[in-house]
Design a protein around this ligand. Structure first.
Ligand code: NAP
Length: 362
């Protein structure tokens, strides 16, 4: 198979580093362009990232000597770039929106981690196993925005897949969900680099993450929606109440979830069977980053734990446990996924693979 030449915007940040780490031996994608702020521009990647490299392996040979490009320097974009991953943090969402549109206008598809475009109705917000068919909104977006080959696709918030994938699997099996109460315990890498000051988080829990509860309550409605005439039409049939907290864990976002069903209530055994056997299009297409078993249920009473379970299936699987009856709702459970892998770089690599497989990236 041909190798697609790709770029990473925000290559020096935490998510950017995860792309570089995860794409080392990718069978389809080859990193040829790394871009970041003017602070990093015109340095080799190694020089620019050196003080903040957080990955377990050293910087791959094919990337360490690439010159970092200023993300605003369009003249230096390699001519044969197939698409870019965007992992930028900029002072305002408007700046990110504008920049991503500029790349798409130049014919370069953008697969973004940022929340700037999540509420643009004709921009799909993809979790490969759930709403793969939302890629079909891309021609509508291209028409609305006057893009020729370019387009924008986004990833949802980094904790979402841990609870939404198990909920979606139950809905797919015919058990409609009515209400969810979700409490997240989110790792510090979710705040980027350098992130939360150590004195704020060591020996502590911070019961607030700016904007996170709104994302947890709203984004599932778009993901569970359907492609309409002008974009994604939300499905607001599930009521969600969320509390999001920051905890002293390096990687891994955990969620405690209480669920109430609309009509029929499955048994505990049925739920576990549905989760363990759940598969979707990324698995059917055998995409390189698709976890073999997207939801892994652990019977041990003290799991999932971030340290022990976040790396399941190379960090791409959602691990669930502690399913039990709830005195107020029907059931409650605990779920976990790796925020910078499944919730960011890895999840969007899977989206890129889906876009290649469906013919949107050439
Ligand atoms: P980060 O560690 O703060 O990295 C930010 C990146 O953006 C760096 O490459 C930085 O370049 C670049 N940047 C900052 N200001 C810029 C500017 N004015 N112009 C151009 N580039 C600029 O952030 P992160 O955690 O990797 O997150 C990146 C994006 O992914 C964010 O939108 C975040 O919300 C989202 N996200 C993060 C996670 C996670 O778990 N961390 C999960 C899902 C989504 P320099 O090094 O040159 O400053």
């Amino acid at each position: 198979m041909k190798k697609y030449k790709i770029g990473i915007l925000g290559a020096t940040g935490i998510v950017g580093q995860n792309y570089i780490n995860l794409l080392q031996n990718h069978p389809w994608f080859q990193i040829v362009d790394v871009a970041a702020s003017p602070r990093s521009a015109d340095k080799t990647y190694k020089e620019a990232v050196k003080p903040k490299w957080q990955m377990p392996l050293s910087i791959p040979k094919n990337v360490k000597n690439l010159m970092v490009r200023d993300v605003q320097d369009f003249e230096k974009i390699p001519k044969d770039l197939s698409f870019v991953f965007s992992a930028l943090n900029m002072p305002t969402k408007e700046q990110i929106k504008e920049l991503e549109v500029k790349y798409a206008k130049r014919g370069i598809p953008v697969i973004s981690n940022n929340s700037a475009h999540r509420w643009t109705p004709d921009v799909p917000m993809i979790i490969g196993e759930i709403n793969h068919e939302h890629v079909n909104v891309i021609p509508i977006q291209q028409k609305n925005m006057g893009f020729t080959q370019g387009f924008i696709v986004v990833k949802p918030n980094c904790s979402l897949q841990s609870y939404l994938t198990p909920i979606y699997a139950l809905e797919q099996a015919g058990y409609k969900v009515d209400k969810l109460i979700i409490t997240t315990l989110q790792g510090v890498s979710g705040a980027g680099y350098p992130g939360v000051p150590s004195l704020d988080i060591i020996d502590n829990i911070v019961p607030y993450i700016n904007g996170e509860e709104e994302k947890t309550e709203k984004e599932p409605l778009k993901i569970l929606g359907k492609v309409g005439k002008n974009g994604i039409e939300n499905d607001d049939s599930i009521a969600i109440s969320a509390t999001c907290t920051r905890v002293p864990v390096s990687d891994g976002h955990t969620a405690s979830v209480n669920v109430k069903f609309k009509d029929a209530v499955p048994s505990k055994e049925e739920i576990i069977k549905i989760w363990n056997s759940f598969k979707s299009v990324p698995q059917e297409l055998d995409l390189p980053f698709a976890p073999k078993q997207p939801i892994i249920y652990l019977e041990n009473t003290d799991r999932p734990q971030p340290k022990k379970d976040r790396d399941n299936d190379k960090g791409m699987a959602v691990t669930v446990g502690r399913l039990r009856e709830d005195n107020v709702f029907d059931f409650k459970f605990v779920s976990l996924s790796h925020n910078t892998v499944r919730g960011a770089a890895g999840g969007s690599i899977l989206s890129a693979e889906l876009l290649v497989a469906k013919g949107f990236i050439n």
